[in-house]
Design a protein around this ligand. Sequence first.
Ligand SMILES: C[S@@+](CC[C@H](N)C(=O)[O-])C[C@H]1O[C@@H](n2cnc3c(N)ncnc32)[C@H](O)[C@@H]1O
Length: 391
Amino acid sequence: MWGDVNWSGGLSTLNSPMENAMVSLFKKHTSTHTPPTQSTHMTTMTTPTVIDLFCGIGGMTHGFVKEGFEVVAGIDNDETCRYAYESNNNSARFLLQGIEDVTGETLLSFYSQNDIKILVGCAPCQPFSKYSQGKPLSSKWSLLKEFGRLIESIQPDIVSMENVPGLVKHEIYDEFVALLKDNDYHTSKNIVYCPDYGIPQKRTRLVFLASKKGPIKLIDKTHTPDNYKTVRETIEVLPKIADGQTHREDRLHRAAELSELNKKRIRSTPEGGSWKDWNESLILDCHKKDSGKSYGSVYGRMKWDEPAPTMTTHCIGYGNGRFGHPEQNRAISFREAALFQTFPTSYKMFDSSESSPLKNLARHIGNAVPVELGQIIAKSIQKHLVEYYGE
Ligand SMILES: C[S@@+](CC[C@H](N)C(=O)[O-])C[C@H]1O[C@@H](n2cnc3c(N)ncnc32)[C@H](O)[C@@H]1O
């Protein structure tokens, strides 16, 4: 059945000497975590153990889980993320709390005394994103400070902070880096273009890494423009659906219904095209003005042989960006968005016992760190662990 196709590359195959050494580092530990009681750990263990701040539905966490890490907790203030987070990530617990209310003691209660403490997080990026230009700064900026506060409080061995690249232009980023340096961390700033790592999406992200033990950096790129993973490789195999339709075997393969006017519009849009290809009668008044001409990709269709555009929280809406299917007359489905975010098809996204189970799904998927980006970060940390903690 098409739903069983293995969509997610081969990132979790461990086979280099470095990776094999990492396997033995992991095997030294038994998997007896039962946070927060800590009663079952032997004192000689040094298990690399992860807590994920701002965990959402677990894109980052799942990347670590796929690479063999023990993730003990994810923290987020949105209860609607709990089901997917806890249903897909072994025994990782979802803690419903605002990061501003989390104490160092809370975090330490999840780690065991001799764990290699790994703290990862992705403070909400909306205030920095270019889709928010011109809007007043929100209080969410301060969440990076809260991340820093928790680092200072528990002194984790390794930190990863993911965000939009624009963050580096802001004073709050400089303060965050200075705080880590003052606390004796080695740091690296990496601007990641996701296609360079085989992710089928033109997403660019800041991945900041820090370690107490020694220099830490992101692993080398795995792809070049001639073998970037494309829209075609990611979604062409899915069955055709019409706008407003849900595939009978996959509730996530569901496309938003289009108005009659938008049906005309998408039929007038070639692969890779946008509203700029329409005749005058279809064009919105706002796009006729000079100020609207810069929104070149809205009502756009994707190109088959390129990576997809960045998935957003509105990525299943035809008018919200270049989210039109390359040839079918509809926007992308939830399933297609999830595949561009490299979630495995087996990832349980919603609780079918809820009355409107898909209500928050586009937001959850668009907010997520691509699972394979989580894997790249996890692999980078594995490499560092072998270099600085391996035998
Ligand atoms: C960009 S998403 C994180 C995605 C997630 N790290 C992943 O890997 O899929 C940001 C998350 O921060 C959460 N959030 C926003 N404000 C928060 C706060 N004050 N405390 C905790 N979580 C918060 C949101 O609910 C959202 O799930």
